[in-house]
Design a protein around this ligand. Structure first.
Ligand SMILES: [Zn+2]
Ligand SMILES: [Zn+2]
Length: 213
């Protein structure tokens, strides 16, 4: 997998352009905003975007989805349908967080745990990881040991759980029992901040490393 992280929005959300080096087919993961930066990256890399992928329905991840997908003529895939209330509330989110008006939408395809998404010759496994939001999904390229985890896990931290339908115990369970078993070697791009690996977080992240936790 080849990829380029594009920090977008006032929340410095890690929108990621991922592509198959063999076919140069690409996907944009979590286009929260700053569409001109995303379009610039697509043009610079010379890749063919075929889809928009969403980890969850928060505005800093999903805000530019409808506009970008229409502009590129591609579908929006994900998250899990349990996040529909967040997408339905995108306009309220834009007012609450001071974003310019965003276009509401429903994805072309909801995702379920265990499904797969193709990007060229890359296969991404879909892992449903509720806790930060109920419909949060993570995309894992097992062949290349690379994951897009959104706001589930960060270097040294975990996602917030104080939003509606957030739940701390559920989030910890998602990380420990769904992500970490995928293997220490898996490198991940989180929704915010620097990259890390599951192994590094399993050993050092204070929220999920304790034997007692
Ligand atoms: Zn979020
Ligand atoms: Zn976020």
């Amino acid at each position: 997998m080849a990829y380029r992280v594009i920090p977008v929005t006032p929340f410095a959300q890690n929108c990621t352009l991922i592509w198959c080096p063999e076919t140069r087919e690409a996907a944009v993961v979590d286009p929260g905003g700053d569409m001109e930066l995303i379009e610039q990256a697509i043009a610079q890399e010379g890749v063919q975007v075929k889809q928009v992928l969403l980890t969850h329905g928060h505005i800093d991840h999903a805000g530019a989805s409808a506009t970008l997908a229409r502009q590129l003529g591609v579908s929006i895939i994900g998250p899990h349908r349990a996040d529909q209330f967040w997408l339905d509330g995108l306009e309220q989110q834009s007012a609450m967080f001071g974003f310019s008006q965003v276009e509401g939408f429903l994805p072309d395809r909801w995702l379920e745990d265990g499904e797969q998404v193709q990007v060229g010759n890359l296969t991404l496994d879909v892992v449903h990881c509720p806790g930060h939001t109920p419909g949060h999904v993570v995309f894992v390229d097992k062949a290349n040991q690379m994951a897009q985890v959104g706001d589930v896990l960060f270097q040294g931290s975990i996602g917030r759980t104080d939003f509606p339908q957030g739940d701390h115990a559920t989030l910890i369970d998602s990380i420990k029992n769904k992500l970490f078993p995928l293997g220490d070697e898996i490198r991940f791009v989180p929704g915010h901040g620097p990259e890390s690996t599951f192994g590094h977080e399993r050993k050092t992240n204070p929220y999920v490393s304790g034997r007692w936790g």
